[in-house]
Design a binder for this molecule. Structure first.
Ligand SMILES: [Zn+2]
Ligand SMILES: [Zn+2]
Length: 383
């Protein structure tokens, strides 16, 4: 039970790649430097095929094994950073103010590069590995863009796998579960339209603030009273704003922005339907009207049972700490788009005692690199 020795031997060089990505964070689809560096490294490893500009700024590489076989496995890493100002004080801190790798995608990219180099050198596997470097995981859209650009038609794969680092899990440990692992994320915007006026003369107005107060409280009854008590879901309002000029002005419009999280499609459908009915009813009661925008931004990340068992078996060749019944988490991940089209699995890998994800003091733990890279390469070698 150990990491792949050839991968461990790459550590010093790989840490330099990781720190270079970290010092030069790029956002969303705008990844000219990161994607060019990834493509250059992949070419230097001798990959059979390297294609840039997939889904705007994604990179896809193919490595063919020398054993006979037609199976193909997709391995995916995300490359984008976050609009956060870094407060780590590490020597390779972000050189760009207001941007940082606060989710460890610099580490994920580096782990997949290490796996690519090992697979390109070793080739002791059948079929082919398709390495997928994705833009715009944060706020989503990158996986969809690559799929819309023909990802799985141009590079057919039988299965897909990916990982994410997890702070507070020990370095070298893995955690996964079959079925839904991460939640579907829906975003909503509710605009309550009333009749503005003087706050001292509410009888001459239609008070959209009052309607918003009732909506805000009633939204919490969706999970408590409508969803099966044995299912999980969350409804949160993160932003509430008005067009009011101040304390003595009742606004014409109040806007509530929030998110709905769930794991199964029946609960997701129910929540969307009930939210719209509830909000329209409350608005009408107050003499106001409601405009609702409801977007299903990310699907639930659902691990296929067979591929999860396989992912666990490969992790067990690397680590003694593999939890195969880890609890579900309510955050979401746009690898779900790929898992909706191909069977596969998404696994968490320990980042040690770091700050939480998306925190200005967060940093990816370089000690985790050989574990993640060995798991990614190991999937291809073992399948
Ligand atoms: Zn993130
Ligand atoms: Zn992330």
């Amino acid at each position: 039970m150990t990491v792949i020795p050839e991968i461990e031997n790459m550590q010093r060089e790989a840490v330099l790649w990781r720190h270079e990505f970290h010092a030069n964070p790029e956002l969303r689809f705008d990844l000219p430097r990161t994607s060019a560096r990834v493509a250059d490294l992949l070419r230097s490893f001798g990959c059979d095929e390297v294609t840039q500009g997939v889904g705007q700024s994604g990179v896809v590489a193919v490595i063919k094994g020398r054993e006979p076989g037609n199976r193909s496995i997709g391995l995916r890493a995300d490359m984008d950073a976050l609009p956060i100002s870094e407060m780590t004080n590490v020597p390779y801190s972000s050189g760009i103010s207001g941007k940082m790798h606060a989710c460890g995608h610099d580490g994920h990219t580096t782990m997949l590069l290490m796996a690519a180099r090992h697979l390109a050198q070793n080739r002791a596997f059948s079929g082919s590995a398709v390495l997928i470097f994705q833009p715009a995981e944060e706020d989503g859209g990158g996986a969809k863009a690559m799929i819309a650009d023909g990802l799985f038609n141009r590079w057919p794969v039988d299965e897909v796998y990916a990982l994410h680092n997890m702070p507070a899990m020990a370095v070298g440990s893995f955690a996964i579960r079959p079925g839904p692992l991460m939640a579907a994320a829906d975003m909503f915007e509710i605009r309550l339209l009333g009749q503005g006026g003087h706050a001292a003369q509410p009888h001459l107005c239609v008070d959209s603030v009052m309607a918003a107060g009732h909506v805000l409280v009633a939204l919490q009854t969706l999970v408590a009273r409508s969803v099966d008590t044995l299912q999980s879901a969350v409804v949160s309002v993160g932003k509430l704003s008005t067009d009011s000029a101040g304390a003595c002005v009742l606004p014409g419009v109040v806007t509530l922005n929030g998110t709905v999280r769930s794991f199964v499609p029946s609960v997701q459908d129910l929540l969307e339907d009930r939210l719209c009915t509830l909000v329209r009813g409350i608005a009408q009661t107050h003499g106001a009207t409601a405009e609702i925008r409801y977007d299903r931004e990310a699907k639930a990340t659902v691990n296929a049972p067979d591929q999860t068992r396989f992912a666990v078996s490969v992790a067990r060749t690397i680590s003694a700490e593999v939890d195969e019944t880890t609890p579900q988490v309510m955050v979401s991940e746009d690898f779900s788009e790929m898992l909706a089209l191909r069977p596969g699995a998404f696994i968490f890998i320990g980042n040690g005692l770091s700050a939480p994800l998306h925190h200005p003091a967060y940093d990816f733990n370089d000690a985790a690199l050989p574990f993640g890279a060995s798991w990614l390469a190991g999937l291809v070698m073992a399948r």
